[in-house]
Design a protein around this ligand. Structure first.
Ligand SMILES: [Zn+2]
Length: 437
């Protein structure tokens, strides 16, 4: 079994959109109220309220607030389940000693979707012939909301397990989570293996020397986005013009997102079709995008003649490359390498191929010709080896090293599932959570 998501655009009428927005707001209220209940119960009586306890109250809420009869009951249960997940994640972070981040109260701008986890939705006429424009439109019947027009641009393969209605600015989408049974493992037609080095100058370089150019999607629209931000900031709070400016900005970001998505899907598809095994470096993107450490000057020149440390030690800071790195960071986040590798892995799994990772150490420094270490800065784009005379592109050299490392040492094991670090003997008490409340 594997789970996939199918996303289709919805075209609600104006009235339906009002109902959708109304539902979103009620779900948000329910979320906030339940969060408040949990917080208050814990603060006042040190009692943890569970999902089950809150779900039991739903019928009562319906009695006191009749408008909640206008929302499918499972949708409401799902709201509580979301909160439960957020709380669990919070406690897990506390236990692991990470910054805890208590669940937020959501505003309308932070609450975008609601879910029918089991029933309450039906697709009507999915196999209907194309309409006048050659599009496959059908209806999505949602309990308590109505029949929404939906564009089913491709058929669903598998069993639908749930449906989420999602708002994205002024657009609406239906996301179906679908379980697909794996009947047989397909065999990939190609037995070729390729090493892939992800980069900035070129998005990816293969060990064959082929390059995938960087789309630089965000960079391209960056000016437009900056301008739209400025326009928004100039508009008066609560004005119609401000709402319009916000909408324009949302659209720009969506455009960037969709373009990036499109690029990632197409590029990963090409690679997966061509090669049976794709070898990547195990990247550590959170490390790469962290702010560089301040660099202190070692052994200040003024230490001579200082007696008993009376003179105030002046620490001087050297340039640490923060400015250069911030530009690089933007490119890295824009490049979405992690997402690219995930997409490759998903597509490879379906095609009978494989994605493996090797240790990333010094793949760009070692010579692919003779194995000697040739240290070079990030700015040096060309690898020339003084020992064996190899001359090739820096990234191609790295890609060959990645491929070779896999052939010689094999892949590093896939990341282990998160293990609870909770020590035994603490029972159900969560004393460490108190400080965060
Ligand atoms: Zn060499």
């Amino acid at each position: 079994m594997r789970t996939r998501a199918y996303v289709y655009r919805l075209y609600p009428t104006r009235k339906q959109e009002e109902t959708l927005l109304w539902t979103l707001r009620r779900c948000k209220e329910l979320y906030n109220a339940s969060l408040e209940e949990r917080t208050a119960a814990y603060k006042m009586a040190r009692v943890s309220v569970s999902y089950g306890m809150q779900a039991e109250q739903l019928p009562q809420i319906k009695e006191e607030r009749p408008e909640y009869q206008g929302i499918h009951s499972q949708v409401q249960q799902d709201v509580l389940r979301r909160l439960d997940k957020a709380m669990q994640a919070f406690f897990r972070r506390v236990d692991e000693g990470q910054p805890p981040g208590y669940p937020r109260y959501k505003s309308n701008t932070r609450y975008h979707s609601f879910t029918y986890p089991q029933s309450g939705y039906t697709i009507i006429g999915a196999l209907a012939p194309h309409d006048k424009k050659g599009k496959k439109t059908c209806r999505l019947k949602l309990s308590k909301i109505g029949h929404l027009k939906m564009l089913m641009h491709r058929p669903i393969k598998g069993t639908i397990k749930g449906c989420t209605i999602k708002r994205d600015g002024d657009q609406w989408y239906a996301v179906f989570s679908v379980e697909q049974a794996i009947h047989s493992t397909p065999v990939h037609p190609s037995s070729k293996t390729v090493g892939i080095d992800m980069g900035i100058t070129s998005y990816a370089t293969l060990s064959t020397g082929e390059q995938i150019a960087n789309p630089r999607i965000y960079r391209y629209t960056e000016q437009q986005i900056k301008e739209a931000h400025r326009r928004l900031a100039r508009r008066k709070q609560g004005s119609h013009r401000r709402i319009r400016a916000r909408r324009a900005l949302t659209r720009l970001y969506r455009k960037v997102r969709h373009r990036r998505q499109d690029f990632l899907h197409k590029a990963s598809r090409r690679l997966v079709n061509q090669y049976g095994t794709l070898v990547f470096e195990a990247l550590q993107i959170p490390n790469m995008t962290a702010r560089p450490k301040p660099k202190k000057e070692e052994a200040p020149a003024t230490t001579e003649g200082v007696e008993g440390g009376t003179a105030a030690a002046v620490t001087r800071y050297l340039p640490n490359g923060a400015a250069a790195k911030s530009g690089l960071n933007k490119s890295i986040l824009d490049a979405a390498w992690g997402r690219f590798i995930t997409l490759c892995a998903c597509k490879a799994e379906e095609a009978g191929g494989m994605v493996v990772k090797v240790a990333p150490q010094q793949t760009s420094q070692v010579c692919s010709g003779c194995g000697v270490l040739v240290p070079k800065d990030l700015s040096v784009r060309w690898h020339s080896c003084p020992t064996c005379g190899a001359e090739l592109d820096r990234d191609e050299n790295a890609a060959i090293n990645i491929l070779r490392r896999y052939e010689l040492q094999g892949a590093i094991p896939a990341r282990k599932k998160r293990q609870s670090t909770r020590k035994g003997g603490r029972g159900g008490k969560r004393p460490t959570a108190t400080g965060a409340l």
